[in-house]
Design a protein around this ligand. Structure first.
Ligand code: SF4
Length: 308
């Protein structure tokens, strides 16, 4: 699944084997220099947690972590899938760590956040694909941080809605699952996933009354018309929050960027999606699922009040 995972080749950080690639001027990462960044990194290390921010080398890490906005990644740091856009290591993961939910709750309790996002690697090796671990994590986090709204960015549970129910029964404030791209490109981008299955998961969560969120990466070869079609479909489904960001290839081995989408096009898509009826849209070159989600606590509470 995924935040995910759009490791950019940031100027000045290319490996010697890979010639430096220049992004357009509107794609700029903020370098982490502030003490708050290093304090957060120490805490993550101390509690032996993983974050998608680091695993995906997110270009926003300098900006986000400076204001304590991070996305913890549970169920380890090895993923059983091999999505072609994603930089998280694929392999055979270790067994799920039963103490991880406690440490996640402790970390978030120490930080005293208003809102946070937790994601996971895909665990197709587990019988329940990690559903019980998710539920335990959500329950512990909510008990430790009653003032915080909690967004979870989950995988597709191979389309098994009874497993999604285990997660939803733990009562996260937002259930997010990314479609990642338009239907035509889905198989190419997410080899072991499928658009209809992801759509079904979102539909199920929405029908259960959850506040739902999804995201697409742009610049993979999709047309604007295809994006409009997805947006219309999501609006019809009642999806509450949509993120649209530029795909950035983690390496030469990953899918390459077809094109850079101009900030004006992102702005136009945001206008389109809002007009279509999606309540909250975040669109821009550096937008990822969790980008600026930390400022959405009030919105999430309002959406929860709207959904029974
Ligand atoms: S955008 Fe999300 S993944 Fe990237 S640094 Fe911010 S919180 Fe982490």
């Amino acid at each position: 699944m995924s935040e995910r995972l759009h490791l950019p080749v940031i100027e000045g950080q290319a490996t010697p084997a890979e010639p430096r690639r220049r992004h357009p001027a509107w794609i700029k990462a903020t370098l982490p220099t502030k003490p708050a960044f290093f304090e957060l990194r120490s805490m993550v290390k101390e509690l032996e947690l993983h974050t998608v921010c680091e695993s995906a080398s997110c270009p926003n890490i300098g900006e986000c972590w400076t204001r304590k906005a991070l996305t913890i990644m549970i169920l380890g740091d090895i993923c059983t899938r091999s999505c072609r856009f994603c930089d998280v290591t694929t392999g055979r993961p270790k067994p799920a760590d039963p103490d991880e939910p406690r440490r996640v709750a402790e970390m978030l309790s120490r930080l005293g956040l208003e809102h946070t996002v937790i994601t996971c690697v895909d665990r197709d090796d587990l019988e329940d694909f990690g559903a019980a671990h998710w539920a335990e994590t959500i329950t512990r986090v909510k008990a430790a941080c009653p003032q915080m709204t909690l967004e979870i960015l989950a995988g597709d549970f191979k389309g098994k809605t009874e497993l999604v129910d285990i997660v939803l029964d733990a009562d996260p404030d937002v259930f997010a699952h990314n479609l990642e791209t338009v239907p035509r490109l889905s198989r190419q981008v997410r080899v072991q996933a499928s658009y209809p299955r992801s759509y079904k998961i979102l539909e199920h969560a929405r029908k259960r009354g959850a506040v739902t969120k999804t995201g697409l990466m742009l610049g993979l070869g999709e047309t604007i018309e295809e994006v409009h079609e997805v947006v219309d479909q999501l609006a019809g489904l009642g999806v509450d929050i949509l993120t649209l960001g530029q795909y950035l290839a983690p390496s030469k081995q990953h899918l390459q960027i077809e094109r850079y989408v101009h900030p004006d096009e992102f702005a136009a898509l945001e206008t389109y999606a809002l007009a279509a009826g999606i309540r909250h849209v975040v669109a821009g070159p550096l937008v990822r699922s969790s980008y600026h989600a930390d400022g959405q606590a009030a919105l999430v509470r309002a959406l929860r009040a709207k959904h029974p």
